[in-house]
Design a binder for this molecule. Sequence first.
Ligand code: FES
Ligand SMILES: [Fe+2]
Length: 328
Amino acid sequence: MTTFATNPVLRRYWHAVCRSTDVLGEPLAVRLLGEDLVVWRGGDGTVAALPDRCSHREAPLSAGRVKGDCIECPYHGWKFLGSGRCAEVPSSAAGVPVPPKAHLRPVPATERYGLVWLCLDEPVAGIPEIPQEQDPAFRRINALVEPWQTAATRMVDNFLDITHFPYVHVGSFGSAATPEVPHVELRDLGEWYGYEYSVTAANPTVAASASGQATATVQRLMSSGFNLPFAVRSTIRYESGLEHILLLLSTPIDDATSYFTFVVWRNDDFSVPADEVTRLDRLIGAEDKLMLERVRGTLPLDHTALVSVQADKASVEWRRQLRALLQG
Ligand code: FES
Ligand SMILES: [Fe+2]
């Protein structure tokens, strides 16, 4: 039986595995859809990825080092280019050709939004567009890419869920939220599918840097939408005109663990340090992590397996579309 994370369909989408700044020096071991991979940046600055298993005696290349445009295996020093080509076998005499089976399968890698994205097969879709990336009025702030002990499906369900705010996020912004949520209509939001809503949120000290206001509560016009398989964009517009775009990403490491990261774009005056701006989002992430790591297993995609109510409809729709996608 195919497990969720090894479904071949998921191999044809781009997944974020680390920040660009995580691969400035040493090679980095990552795991995507059950596969161990190594990511590194060659001498020309290009990011590359390969299976983290040397073709000689299976040593992890991630324990090796970068030598020019190659990654050097730590065991016997074989060198591999980003194309997967084995460029050198030091123990062989000059002129002796490299065995053809020494070459490794290349893994397509690219950088966008300060992140390294990998695709394990021929991509069928691009990385979702965030137009604010090109807008000089906005700055981008990246968060850490961290593994959570939860399924990617649980994470995305959580990203699309607003009814947990008064409970899970009572320590951050949720205390002014009312448990009853307004009726939302799902619609096409460009590359995203979701809903818009308006909410009165608490604005404690920790949230003041994000909201740019010092009042007890703030009015936020929000939208939340998904892009298959695991990206969610949440937009917040304050009455002051301040916009806060949040890209929430979940990448399946395997069925039970996933990378979580978020990226923020903001049209503020850039005066508040990035760490301050994302303090609230990081706190919210920690609250979600604590909750999700208590919930066992992957989220059943069959809608009859769980009870859902009107307020869950964005997640129900995402699950329906994901299920159709995974069934090919
Ligand atoms: S195991 Fe990599 S060079 Fe021998
Ligand atoms: Fe949350």
